[in-house]
Ligand binder design. Structure first.
Ligand SMILES: NC(=O)c1ccc[n+]([C@@H]2O[C@H](COP(=O)([O-])OP(=O)(O)OC[C@H]3O[C@@H](n4cnc5c(N)ncnc54)[C@H](O)[C@@H]3O)[C@@H](O)[C@H]2O)c1
Length: 259
């Protein structure tokens, strides 16, 4: 679909767009008529995905921890497709380690990518969207930003931060009268490369692949992992005009995990 989709005329920049939830969102946005820019550290993978999505997709190299990199990505997006309307902050990492095992360096790395990266993404997005046609920002927090676990001090701190960062940016945009809505989704376990990393770690510790997957699934009332497209569908909803009266919200996409 190129004409008449929900996102025809929209220009979407997605950090972490080369993989997982960001990649699934890119494909859905393109299918719904948007022009989409995928920003990621994974250059080959991101470029191949953008090529497969056709002429309404572009890959740009992006390191979300660098303000200069964000500014270059926005400039490339606008040069190719015109004013941005939508920014999705999906880049993130998860490296499980308890408070006794985590290092300050590791903690800071997680915070730098997940929280600083989303802060910078929001900062450049507000600047770009307010001088264009307004629009929407969607951040990817996590159920682990609402509940935690013993091995997630860094990840939960980062994602709890993303939830409240989202609300603050939403309130600022509302107070200033910018036509910019800012929301987050809270995914449960979604079967992406991130979860494949957990599966590999579980296998290294002696569990079978099936046991690790079952362990994740059993924590979710719907008794399965989520699919990247299911998280992406929630991102598109929050980015769409259907969500015109929704700002500062966080939407669980978690098979009932937080219920
Ligand atoms: N998969 C899950 O179960 C799950 C659950 C809750 C939240 N999330 C969040 O969803 C988002 C997407 O994760 P995913 O599951 O799709 O993982 P993924 O590993 O498939 O994708 C993450 C992408 O972020 C990119 N990235 C990492 N550091 C970056 C940096 N500094 N600059 C630019 N890009 C960078 C990676 O290269 C990768 O392409 C993350 O923020 C993650 O924390 C995932």
């Amino acid at each position: 679909m190129s004409e008449g989709g929900r996102f025809t005329g929209k220009v979407v920049l997605i950090s972490g767009g080369a993989s997982g939830i960001g990649a699934a969102a890119a494909a859905l946005f393109v299918a719904e008529g948007a022009r989409v820019v995928l920003g990621d550290l994974q250059i080959e993978k991101g470029a191949a995905l953008a090529a497969s999505l056709g002429e309404r997709a572009l890959f740009v190299s992006l390191d979300v921890t660098s303000e200069a990199s964000w500014r270059a990505a926005v400039a490339q997006s606008q040069a190719k497709f015109g004013p941005l309307t939508t920014v999705v902050n999906s880049a993130g990492i998860s490296v499980p380690a308890s408070i006794e095992d985590e290092t300050l360096e590791g903690f800071r790395r997680t915070l730098s990518i997940n929280l600083d990266g989303t802060f910078l993404g929001c900062k450049v997005a507000v600047e770009a969207l307010k001088s264009g046609k307004g629009g929407a920002i969607v951040n990817i927090a996590s159920t682990l930003g609402a509940r935690s676990g013993a091995i997630f001090p860094a990840y939960s701190a980062s994602k709890g931060g993303v939830r409240l960062l989202t609300r603050s940016v939403a309130l600022h945009c509302a107070a200033r009268g910018y036509d910019i809505r800012v929301n987050a989704i809270l995914p449960g376990a979604i079967h992406t490369e991130m979860v494949e990393g957990y599966i590999a770690a579980g296998q290294a510790a002696g569990a079978t692949r099936e046991q690790v997957i079952e362990g994740f699934a059993s924590g979710h009332p719907l008794k399965r992992l989520g699919r990247p497209q299911e998280a992406a569908a929630a991102i598109l909803f929050l980015a769409s005009d259907e969500a015109a009266f929704i700002t500062g919200a966080d939407l669980p996409v978690d098979g009932g995990f937080l219920a």
